[in-house]
Design a protein around this ligand. Sequence first.
Ligand SMILES: O=P(O)(O)O[C@H]1O[C@H](CO)[C@@H](O)[C@H]1O
Ligand SMILES: [Mn+2]
Ligand SMILES: [Mn+2]
Length: 390
Amino acid sequence: MYKRIILLVMDSVGIGHAADAAKFGDEGSNTLGHIESTAGQIHCPNLKSIGLGRIADIFDTGESIKGAFGRMAELSTGKDTTSGHWEMMGHPVTVPFPTFYEGFPKELMDTFTKETGYGYLGNEVASGTEIIERLGAEHIKTGRPIVYTSADSVFQIAAHEDVIPIDELYRICQITRDKVCIGDYYVGRIIARPFVGELGSFVRTSNRHDYSRMPEKKMVPQELQDANIPTVAVGKIGDIYAHVGWDESYPTKTNSHGMNMVPYLLGSSFERGLMMVNLVEFDSLYGHRRNVEGYKRAIEDFDYQLGGLLQLLNDDDLLLITADHGNDPTWEGTDHTRELVPILAYSPRIDGPIDLGDRKSFADIGETILENFSLKQWGIGTSFLDKLSK
Ligand SMILES: O=P(O)(O)O[C@H]1O[C@H](CO)[C@@H](O)[C@H]1O
Ligand SMILES: [Mn+2]
Ligand SMILES: [Mn+2]
């Protein structure tokens, strides 16, 4: 049994198309593999020391590996962030959240205006950075927020911080969550997308805020809370689980901020339990923006900080690293890709290399956490705890 489990989610770092990828138009996608084949060898010695080179299509130095590694497939029907994260914690999402490929119906948008008092611009499927440039001038002139969606089940509301102040944008989003997107329109997330700057060079800010659906089922963090086992969320984790199940939540501004938060918490208040960290920049800054070079650098930067973290872990710590879906920056469009994700495990106690094999569900992580803390397993996935101590 480990006293502390630290679960890092590298948002969107997939390792090759899943068996059901064709259904999503994603056959052949491969986030890590295509970053390396396009932008050159990814320098990530620490990830490789845990076994990343054995499971991803990247150059495998063949050096000795001290860790456990495997691939995980997703049971959930969607390839969105919520589905991926909820499945990890024992709640695969098999009834898809509603998506709106032609924008939202007029009826819904009328409700939006009635409840919030605001008109709107856009109401289409779009890339966030593109739509704010295209509709930004009109937005500034009219004061109307820009509404858009994507292949994900999201209702996104973009506004310049000087046109609609952040607190007001948050209020609009909260009303949309509570009174507009309900019933058949109960989307996965309402997302506040504030931006600043001048026309032609708008920049989105880290004041982004996500308003998730309420989970229908109990998830692993709540089970831990019921057993008085501490749970700590870092980055977007609190938002992704609608703040259900977490004793404490530490939002972050960047990947690097998240990776600094981990050692800080390990050295202070976090003595026992589960810490889950989401590192969103891989996805938001590089995957969706189809920025291959930037994605590569972000992995290398992460790996550098990971090196420091590995040094700090002791025999009572288990570090798990995974992803919630793919987002191949060389793929067509700007959406996520249906991929397998890595599962890497490290503890000074693990005498690797250990092959965790091909796993059927992200829920294997939740089951492993339950078993570690001597709680009854749910049988949604399969724990790999026994493999870690061979
Ligand atoms: O293009 P941007 O605004 O980054 O939006 C992306 O971010 C959303 C939430 O992660 C995704 O659904 C996708 O639409
Ligand atoms: Mn994600
Ligand atoms: Mn995304």
